[in-house]
Design a protein around this ligand. Sequence first.
Ligand code: MN
Length: 228
Amino acid sequence: MTDYVIAPPPVAALPIRGEARLFPIRRIFCVGRNYAEHAIEMGSDPTREPPFYFTKPADAVVTGGADMPYPPMTKSLHHEMELVVAIGEGGADIRVEDALRHVWGYCAGLDMTRRDLQNEAKKTGRPWDMGKGFDHSAPMGALVPAAGVDPSRGRIELRVNGQPRQASDLSKLIWSVPEVISNLSQLVRLAPGDLIMTGTPEGVAAVERGDLLEGFVEGVGEVRCRIV
Ligand code: MN
């Protein structure tokens, strides 16, 4: 058995609906601008530019409906409601027509964003990491196995304190789930345990301490989180 000079980090993991075992997380990839109406609200061109990616640390996930602490160094914490894809079988240069075979399951997730830091990074041409990849920045619901889920359609919604904030449909993804998997697998070799956050529809906005976020993806499930 390998000896480490400090304790190895705990394995970040997602719960699975109706199952005691967990899904271990390797990496979290996120797609930027994947719904036209959100690209427009962020001041971008919604034409079909190639997808681009940023990442969050695996241990940024918040699971089980736990509270999310309001993060430091921001005055603009935004919600982004997203479909999350969990990779069960890795691979490079995956063909679009083979892509869904690499999926273990799906869940509903929130790509929480320090929008002021992200906007500053955009302006200055600096990395988005501190706007996107901070502690507790990825609340996620329980995974459901891929069998029986059609990621090409289904309502995606977010309510804040019971009020509708985001509402769209997975059919409006600019790059579909198989296309994202195929494209990303050309940039990196995907591995079991990788998560892909597929992008958010329009309606992103700021939240405050005390707000209750309740997200829903039709056929997949829910994510629930209170900002504290
Ligand atoms: Mn996002």
